[in-house]
Write a protein that binds this ligand. Structure first.
Ligand SMILES: C[S@@+](CC[C@H](N)C(=O)[O-])C[C@H]1O[C@@H](n2cnc3c(N)ncnc32)[C@H](O)[C@@H]1O
Length: 362
């Protein structure tokens, strides 16, 4: 490890339990210097600069103008981030030109909380804010991350002080020496390996992708599980959480092919019995993909338990609660399937509530 690598000059806060060092196949990465408990703050960082625009509207010129206002030492830090390689600042940063700067921006920016921008005559548009964070952008990606960088501040007071800052938190217990990783994209739980790599624009070598790349059987099963997860989310919420990423090549088949099922999903027209079964299938597939971390698991169980309690027909409710209380997935699903096809006294009201949330005319 080079003692004079420019990353070693990055302003990592003293309290942060991390260090930067090379990690095979990924350039440099962030490693825990001591055990980090799930939920703990890893680091808070102020943006070097902010651009307040929808990401698709940010131009090379926007980035160029923002960088032009920085001090020499800040420009030096940005120069270090180029291509993830040490890079000397020889002829001055601005000689790199807008395109090179835009590439640095693209690889190192994070979205901040969405704001709402007021317009005259009561018209409001959503406004997104993006910041360049030299330390946070040293985290490598994993499709099974152990840390996260939430977009929204946690409390109103945070939103005042944290307007130009971002923070990372441990999503699982992290052991000293372990690499700390985040997910660069949302919606990856329902993306196949190829889809994930296409969106990342690099060949991900996280533990999940590494195993899938080496073991074709594991990959087939993993891809199938991700596709099923995507379909189940569509059935439960009527939303294809990845359609925004789809382009028009053949990868993007409709997530639910059966037109009757699709219509039912679009109209939130599933009985509670089907919803409970979909909930459980979603949980088992998420767990099998290694994505059910402690927090997701706790939320899932709260949700599934509430679902079971919401049945309006007493006998259905009894079976649903018993199903959730079983010890193994086979037992839970076996019992939940006893409800398959059964109507429930609460179905009508639940459908109405779902339609209201989705803004469907009742
Ligand atoms: C924002 S940088 C992260 C820090 C970077 N490794 C460095 O040395 O500065 C993002 C780049 O790191 C590499 N990278 C991040 N996660 C990776 C992963 N899971 N597998 C392979 N390369 C990864 C890719 O080259 C990606 O474009």
């Amino acid at each position: 490890m080079a003692d004079d690598h420019p990353y070693l000059d990055l302003p990592i806060p003293k309290y942060a339990p991390i260090e930067l060092r090379p990690t095979p196949g990924k350039g440099w990465g962030v490693f825990a210097t001591r055990d980090i408990k799930r939920g703990s703050l890893i680091m808070k960082e102020r943006a070097m600069f902010i651009i307040q625009k929808q990401s698709g509207n940010i131009t090379e010129q926007d980035v160029y103008e923002a960088v032009e206002r920085l001090s020499d030492s800040q420009m030096h830090i940005i120069a270090c981030l180029s291509d993830n390689r040490p890079r000397e600042l020889s002829n001055g940063m601005m000689d790199s030109g807008p395109l090179a700067l835009a590439q640095i921006w693209g690889k190192n920016c994070f979205s901040l909380e969405s704001g709402v921008e007021g317009r005259p005559f009561g018209d409001y548009v959503e406004q997104k804010r993006w910041g360049l964070f030299p330390c946070h952008s040293r985290f490598n990606h994993s499709c099974q991350p152990n840390a996260g960088v939430p977009e929204s501040p946690e409390s109103p007071s945070e939103s005042q002080v944290g307007r130009n800052s971002t923070s990372s938190y441990a999503e699982r217990d992290i052991a000293a020496g372990e690499e700390i990783t985040i997910s660069y994209k949302n919606g990856f739980r329902s993306r196949t390996l190829d889809e994930r790599h296409r969106l990342l624009e690099f060949e991900c070598s996280c533990t999940v992708c590494d195993r899938a790349s080496k073991d074709p059987t594991f990959r087939q099963v993993s891809d199938l599980r991700r596709r099923l997860i995507r379909g189940l989310i569509y059935l439960l919420d009527g939303i294809d959480e990845n359609s925004e990423y789809d382009d028009d090549d053949s990868h993007s088949r409709p997530v639910i092919c059966d037109p009757i099922m699709r219509k039912a999903a679009d109209n939130c027209d599933f009985p509670l019995s089907a919803r409970l079964i979909y909930d459980l299938l979603l949980a088992v597939l998420t767990e099998a993909e290694g994505l059910l971390d402690i927090e997701t698991a706790a939320n899932t169980w709260t949700h599934v338990w509430r679902r079971a309690c919401s049945f309006g027909t007493e006998e259905n409710r009894k079976i649903a609660k018993l199903a959730v209380q079983q010890k193994t997935w086979i037992e839970r699903l076996g019992m939940a399937f006893q409800l398959d096809g059964r109507a429930d006294a609460a179905d009508y009201w639940h459908t109405l509530a779902y339609r209201q949330v989705k803004g469907i005319k009742i």
